[in-house]
Ligand binder design. Sequence first.
Ligand code: CP
Length: 292
Amino acid sequence: MSEMKHLVTLEGLTVDEMMAILKAADEFARGRQQTFNQKVVANLFFEPSTRTQYSFEMAQKKLGIETITFNERVSSISKGETLYDTVKCFEAFGIDALVIRHPEENYFDQLMGHVSIPIFNAGDGSGQHPTQSLLDLFTIWQEFGYFEGLKIAIVGDVANSRVAHSNIQVMKRLGMKVSLVAPPQFQEAGYKWHDLDEVLTEMDIVMLLRVQHERHQEALSLSQAAYHEQYGLSIERERQMKANAIIMHPAPFNRGVEIADEVVACERSRIFKQMENGVYVRMAIMSRAFER
Ligand code: CP
């Protein structure tokens, strides 16, 4: 971790550093006030986003940080300017940090060591989504108070999911037992794959993933109904879960595909809690970067 307090993957954070972020998020959730009046952060989103972009913006407003929202379509990207030169331009303006979502995996490699302001990775293609992982961990920590030994099933389009990639790494590091479930088309080498109905009843957490049609080279070979039947969290499956088990999804979700409509907001769903927690976690990340 450099002095810049970048957050591009979670690999650069120790467990103690992650726990410090979760504890700060908890303080913000309980009403901690902090202001950084002189700070300006630009949010550069080269892929669509609702939760990440606007929860960063909400977090910035709560911290008294001025926000610049970059619009790729009417920027000089359309004249061929590169990401690197765009970032160097914002750095030259005197911006204090950049939030970047970009379709290229590891886009941040070209920036590390060349920029003097913190970069917060808001998602790099199918690579990593560290702030989503931190808000997922915060939600789990709020619920259970620990990580070691918790059993989670991550179910769905694992191959295309930056959320899965970040979470599998960090959750294993924290001692969680991660079971992966996916149709063959969404599986990756190097992992063991499970049947949802064989693991469901043992799980403390079931995390569904969106079927990311926009990233597929070939159309999904299953119909939506067949996908739901084999891999979806139906109300019948929800009823088989352990008494205190919870349901998570990074969202946006496809109702009736990976998750049944009536499960989205059921008692054990923490999906909207995850969205709320995204604001507190992003406040904690920016506070960490700007605190002296
Ligand atoms: N979970 C998540 O990253 O959502 P958005 O794509 O809406 O930001």
